[in-house]
Design a binder for this molecule. Structure first.
Ligand code: GLY
Length: 344
């Protein structure tokens, strides 16, 4: 059952797959010119299947809930390889500014169907959970079992854990014509937004997102202790706590492979964050980064055989961090042929 496997792509998904395969005795090589420099670096780190629930996305929801269930063990195993705590907060609070935003929270609650997992929160409870939130909140909800992780620490820990498990790295680019010549019993494409360029049968397109990092200054209120997600007049914004500040995300639009930061959408994003958490205006600007979410038509990732010894684990869209543990496990099953079912 042990195999020699080449993993194309050293982001969070590629490394989760590599580590799962190496943990089951396979000889694994990861090929990536700069591991972790893509969407894994930009992500907010929300492990949030309930908050992402939406009618029509039931398959993605089930996969996300399964992966959230794996995250505590995944983080515990990776923690010894990390430079700091991987889990940065527990619980998500949603704030809605107008009636349309409040209706969206009801839609999510109906999609989840279990108030203990995603349910309404009284304004007084929301104010206690998020000190400094604006008073003009129309409605609130919470998802107490969700967590957030530091995406960059997770990637660093995965790299160290892979190396400790004997995974080797080739810091090289793979071109489309090269895929069939890569060595190994199996080649698995985990190349994020570049996946379709390597295997045209993969209908994975880039959906751009810009994310801002703010640092707490010496006189500022502390970051929230929970992830705060808000709907501000129909637009979504999230504020994810970090040890030294917050991550504010994210814009979302189709824009091919362009990684330039557009100032208009970023200003709107910050304006929405300040509408619900006015004290963030006092934070220091640290960074703005753009990434490309590898997105499929149905928003469900492709974890499937493609042809011959070629497999794919890609197309994780907004949910790469969330789906890393379940993708590693399922991709290893698939490649090692311990399960006959293919997921797509
Ligand atoms: N994971 C949230 C986003 O893609 O913006």
């Amino acid at each position: 059952m042990k195999k020699t496997v080449t993993v194309v792509g050293g982001g969070t998904i590629g490394l989760s797959v590599a580590r799962a395969l190496a943990g089951r005795g396979s000889t694994v090589t990861v090929v990536d010119p700069c591991p972790g420099s893509g969407a894994s670096w930009v992500a907010g780190g929300m492990i949030a299947p309930y908050s992402e629930a939406w009618p029509g996305e039931e398959e993605l929801y089930r996969l996300g809930v399964e992966s959230l269930g794996l995250w505590e063990g995944f983080a515990r195993d990776l923690q010894p390889f990390a430079d700091g705590p991987l889990i940065t907060s527990r619980g998500t609070v949603h704030l809605a500014v107008d009636d349309g935003d409040a209706a969206d929270l009801e839609t999510i609650a109906a999609a989840v169907g279990e108030p203990a997992l995603f349910g309404p929160l009284r304004p007084s409870a929301a104010a206690r959970a998020v000190p400094g939130a604006a008073p003009r909140i129309r409605a609130a909800a919470h998802a107490p079992q969700e967590i957030a992780v530091d995406n960059r620490l997770v990637h660093g820990a995965l790299l160290a854990a892979c190396r400790a498990a004997g995974v080797t790295f080739q810091e090289e680019s793979v071109r489309s014509g090269d895929v069939d010549d890569l060595p190994g019993d199996a080649v698995i494409l985990c190349a994020g937004a570049d996946s379709a360029a390597l295997a045209p049968e993969l209908e994975v397109r880039p959906v751009k997102g810009e994310v801002v990092r703010l640092r707490r200054g010496p006189t500022c209120l502390p970051p929230p202790e929970v992830t705060v997600r808000a709907r501000v007049r129909g637009r979504q914004v999230y504020v994810v706590p970090r040890a030294d500040g917050v991550v504010v995300g994210a814009t979302q639009y189709e824009n091919d492979h362009d990684l330039g930061v557009r100032i208009g959408p970023v200003v709107e994003l910050l304006d929405d964050a300040f509408t619900v958490l006015p004290f963030l205006r006092e934070y220091e600007f640290a960074e703005v980064t753009a990434g490309l979410r590898p997105t499929t038509a149905g928003n469900v990732p492709v974890i499937a055989p493609l042809r011959g010894r070629l497999f794919a684990a890609t197309g994780h869209g907004r949910n790469g961090l969330l789906l890393a543990p379940v993708t590693g496990a399922r991709a290893a099953d698939m490649v090692l042929q311990q399960e006959v079912q293919a997921w797509s």
